[in-house]
Each structure stands twice: as structure tokens, then as C-alpha cells.
Design a protein around this ligand. Structure first.
Ligand SMILES: Nc1ncnc2c1ncn2[C@@H]1O[C@H](COP(=O)(O)OP(=O)(O)OP(=O)(O)O)[C@@H](O)[C@H]1O
Length: 254
């Protein structure tokens, strides 16, 4: 399948520290990939480089065949490279439905002035309602964000990103800080993502990674040391040494 996302030899140093070293990967529509690695491996830096929040020293990023180098983060979002919004950037006084209306209007290029009247726009109401249903957020739809559970706030981050109609979705630790009792909701939300969307998830929760990912990429000290099936990652000697050792042992891998 033609790749929707291509990264070629992306490289970035901070002073003498080579944090991203010739990282290359491709993703096809529908891919479900987890990017894992120990603390300081360079995962966040990699995401910041592809979203345009950091400039690489060298390397190429393409979305649907178009080179993104030189584009601002917002230009990349408009083209379909979307990172999940952070809880810290949600508006505590606004409701989930209002957040989604805002994202839909933004995507459509309608002005902020129209936001106050979104209740009269059947298309916006229909689409925001469908997203709330997809993420299991109907019961929280009209409560203030400050009043809803943290796990629901994390789901709203994902809904907000989906409202921007991404081709590639970058999910930054979707389960971090979410109580165990609420993780089934995150699982359900991830299972319900559009089938043709390419998803790259950074996550430290290995149980979630193994439930979600059909492919795992392991970063260690700025380099990809493994790119393949999750079951093979658990058996790979270098991956076990760098990161997964205790987890794989717990799961009884050879
Ligand atoms: N702006 C910066 N200036 C200098 N060093 C930086 C900068 N950003 C990151 N680093 C260094 O780059 C390395 C990789 O950091 P990064 O946050 O990308 O790792 P990570 O894999 O996301 O880690 P974690 O899992 O802890 O979030 C670390 O050694 C970090 O200290």
C-alpha cells in the first residue's frame, strides 16, 4: 500500500547530544504502530520534529507524498498530521460538545465568530454527536470539562484530534494518569478509531501497547533498534536489553 507517512533519516542533536539519529519509518493507512523505548530515548523529540515544533538538522518528513519541511505545525495539522490535543490545553469551562464544535469549525475554516451559533448548524451538531458517540462521551457531552473524569478528558483529546480529520494521528501516552478502572474506555476508543487512519502511539503501558499495536518500533538512544511485530519485539535480545526485559519475562517469553 502507498505510504501515507514517510520519515527519512531524521536527525537532530542538542549540543553534543545526538537525540534523533537517522530515524526512518513509513506508515500505511490503517497502521497501528506503537513507538516505545526507555526514558530519554528520544520519542518526544521525534514527535516534535515531525509535527514541526522542532527543526531537524537533516532528514525528510512526507505526508501523503508531500514534503512537510519548512511548514509550521498548523500547516501540518491542516494537511492531516495531527497530534492528540493535551488535557492541559482543554478549556475547563467549556463542554466536550463545544470543544468538538470548535475543532470542526476550525477545520472547515469557519470563523471563530460563528462558534456562538453552532447550535443552529445541523452538520456541526451531527458530526460532533457522532464523535462523542465514537469515544463513549455522550453522558459527559454537556458538562464542563473541569467536571468530567480525567479519563474522559483524555478521550476528549482524541475526539478533538479526530474532529480535525487526520490522515496520521500521533497519540502521546493516551493512558498516562488514567486510573486502571477507566482504561477499558481508552481501549474501546482506540479500537473504534477510523480503520483507514494511520496511528502512531507513544506509550509506556506495555499491556496497552500489546493490546493496541500491530507493529512496534523501539527507539533507544535516538536510534530505531527494532521495527516489527509486537510478539517478535518481546523476544528480541536487543529490545529486551534496552527496554522490555522485565515485561517479556513476566509474560513468559523465551
Ligand atoms: N530542548 C532540549 N535541549 C537539550 N536536550 C534535550 C532537549 N529536549 C530533549 N533533550 C534530551 O534529549 C533526550 C531525549 O529526550 P526525549 O524527551 O525526546 O525522550 P523520550 O523518549 O520522550 O523520554 P520520556 O519517555 O521520558 O518522555 C534526553 O536526553 C533529553 O534530555
Amino acid at each position: 500500500m502507498t505510504p501515507v507517512f514517510e520519515v527519512e533519516r531524521l536527525t537532530r542533536s542538542f549540543g553534543g547530544l545526538a537525540v534523533t539519529q537517522a530515524v526512518s519509518l513509513t506508515m500505511a493507512p490503517g497502521d497501528r504502530v506503537a513507538l516505545i523505548g526507555p526514558n530519554g530515548a528520544g520519542k518526544t523529540t521525534f514527535v516534535n520534529l515531525v509535527t514541526g515544533h522542532l527543526k531537524p538538522n537533516s532528514g525528510i518528513v512526507r505526508l501523503a507524498g508531500e514534503e512537510l519541511g519548512g511548514m509550521s505545525p498548523m500547516q501540518r495539522v491542516r494537511r492531516g498530521l495531527v497530534r492528540s490535543f493535551q488535557v492541559t490545553r482543554l478549556f475547563p469551562e467549556m463542554t466536550p460538545r463545544e470543544h468538538l464544535a470548535l475543532a470542526i469549525l476550525q477545520r472547515q475554516g469557519r470563523t471563530g465568530r460563528m462558534f456562538g451559533t453552532f447550535w443552529t448548524m445541523p452538520d456541526v451538531l451531527k458530526e460532533s454527536g457522532a464523535l462523542l458517540a465514537t469515544l463513549g462521551l455522550e453522558s459527559a457531552a454537556d458538562l464542563k470539562v473541569a467536571e468530567i473524569a480525567y479519563g474522559q478528558q483524555r478521550l476528549l483529546e482524541i475526539a478533538f484530534a479526530l474532529a480535525l480529520r487526520p490522515k496520521v494521528l500521533l497519540l502521546d501516552e493516551p493512558a498516562a494518569g488514567v486510573p486502571q478502572s477507566e482504561t477499558p474506555r481508552i481501549d474501546a476508543a482506540l479500537a473504534g478509531l477510523p480503520a483507514d487512519l494511520a496511528v502512531l502511539m507513544i506509550e509506556h503501558d506495555m499491556d496497552l501497547v500489546f493490546r493496541f499495536a500491530r507493529r512496534v518500533i523501539v527507539l533507544a538512544a535516538g536510534r530505531i533498534i527494532f521495527d516489527g511485530a509486537p510478539g517478535d519485539a518481546a523476544k528480541d535480545r536487543r529490545v529486551r536489553e534496552a527496554y522490555l526485559g522485565s515485561y517479556a519475562d513476566d509474560r513468559g517469553a523465551p
